[in-house]
Design a protein around this ligand. Structure first.
Ligand SMILES: Cc1cc2nc3c(=O)[nH]c(=O)nc-3n(C[C@H](O)[C@H](O)[C@H](O)COP(=O)(O)OP(=O)(O)OC[C@H]3O[C@@H](n4cnc5c(N)ncnc54)[C@H](O)[C@@H]3O)c2cc1C
Length: 374
């Protein structure tokens, strides 16, 4: 087995391409976007992703792109600063501290590490896959049809490979009752070390500093909308503005103006992907497509660690079925734990009522043993 088609050049796709190339495979990555996407909030490279980043030699680049945020600060409706929650500060065995980096920079750095070792095709997507015991015949929207020994779906929550190999999204994607949207604030802030978090019942806004700018994130409760197209930005803006529209507190109206003017809005339902198995014949899934809970499940770190595990399993066994089983057994141990914690995390970050917010804040104070800075 030599040729591997990877759908998606986000976080997991380039990482997998890098490790497959090092193991002697010929990876091809097809990405729907025209180039690297710019949007997205800061994400953490931590836990099992850290040693993978170290071995790829990308830690210095990640450090350079890292945000300066060391803590989150809860604030009230007049902008007064309350509880300060230090960010976790885990380290790898080699001593590298976990790194918070804007998602787009992470994807760009991983792509830079992989691009000389793999074929990258932007602005295209798989349209059909015909598997047989020896490989998969693939057709594309733009490129000519090709045959590969294996196809990997690293194409995110709304994975095309998953739909083609396993069936429609509604069978596997469980909405967790929360939506997330992010957009650049477009100006620097005077709190480079702290992300501000402002809760109202069922809603959160955070202002997250990021090297000379800041990112606005809106996280809010909302029922599943089956008719919402995940690529329809105008519809996303309508949903977001109607969730926050009547709120006149703090700087909410100004932030909503940013949303109205934004041409770089990330928006998605926070969802858990649940599949009984990640592989079908000569196709398998990685990252959000397989299991992650993007916002609350360390989606980026799980995609990086999963890519390394998958490449290692394929290197070690000539039989793809054996390799894919080994990959899933090893990596599921990590993702299952994250998935179970997701609902709780959602309730904690956006309590539905004012007493719920007060209780959460009090619990944070207790957990910090009164270490709240004035
Ligand atoms: C633009 C963007 C912004 C994000 N912002 C946030 C955020 O602010 N907060 C957060 O918690 N999580 C965010 N996420 C999700 C988070 O980045 C993921 O949990 C994590 O990156 C998982 O990595 P992945 O490789 O599985 O998927 P992703 O990093 O999501 O990468 C998937 C890639 O596949 C591409 N793709 C999708 N469909 C196709 C197709 N049919 N053919 C080819 N390519 C395809 C996408 O363009 C993307 O580049 C964002 C994802 C994206 C794509």
């Amino acid at each position: 087995m030599r040729t591997v088609l990877i759908s998606g050049a986000g976080v997991g796709g380039p990482t997998l391409a890098y490790w497959l190339a090092r193991a002697g495979f010929q990876p091809t990555v097809v990405e729907r976007a025209r180039g690297q996407r710019s949007s997205g909030n800061p994400v953490d490279v931590r836990g099992p992703a850290l040693p993978v980043a170290e071995q790829m030699g990308v830690v210095p680049a990640l450090r350079e792109a890292a945000t300066t945020v060391r803590a989150m600060r809860l604030i009230d409706s007049r902008g007064r600063r309350g509880v300060r929650l230090p960010m976790p500060s885990g380290r790898s065995a080699a001593g590298t501290a976990e790194i918070e980096v804007p998602r787009a920079d992470l994807a760009t750095i991983l792509y830079a590490a992989a691009r000389d070792h793999a074929e990258f095709v932007f602005d295209d997507t798989i349209t059909a896959m015909s598997p047989d015991p020896g490989g998969v015949d693939v057709t594309f929207e733009r490129g000519r049809p090709r045959r590969f020994d294996l196809v990997v779906g690293a194409d995110g929550l709304h994975s095309t490979v998953r739909r083609l190999a396993f069936g429609p999204e509604r069978d596997f994607v469980r909405h967790l009752g929360v939506y997330v949207a992010t957009t650049p604030l477009g100006e620097p802030v005077d709190h480079p070390g702290e992300a501000l978090m402002y809760n109202t019942p069922g809603r959160l806004i955070s202002v997250h500093p990021s090297r000379g700018d800041a990112l606005l994130a809106f996280i809010f409760r909302g029922a599943f909308r089956p008719d919402l197209d995940h690529r329809d930005t105008a519809a996303h803006k309508r949903v977001l503005l109607s969730a926050y529209g009547k709120d006149r507190s703090w700087r909410v109206p100004a932030f909503l103006d940013r949303v109205r003017a934004s041409d770089d809005l990330y928006f998605d339902g926070v969802s858990r992907v649940v599949l009984p198995g990640w592989s079908r014949g000569r196709s398998t899934l990685l990252g959000d497509a397989a299991a992650s809970v993007s916002l609350f499940g360390d989606g980026s770190s799980m995609a990086i660690a999963g890519a390394h595990t998958l490449a290692g399993a394929l290197r070690e066994s000539d039989d793809p079925a054996v390799a894919l089983r080994r990959y899933e057994a090893e990596h599921r141990r990590r993702t299952d734990a994250k998935g179970r914690a997701a609902r709780f995390a959602a309730a904690l970050i956006v309590p539905g009522t004012r007493p719920g917010i007060a209780l959460r804040n009090a619990a944070a104070r207790v957990a910090l043993h009164g270490r709240t800075a004035a």
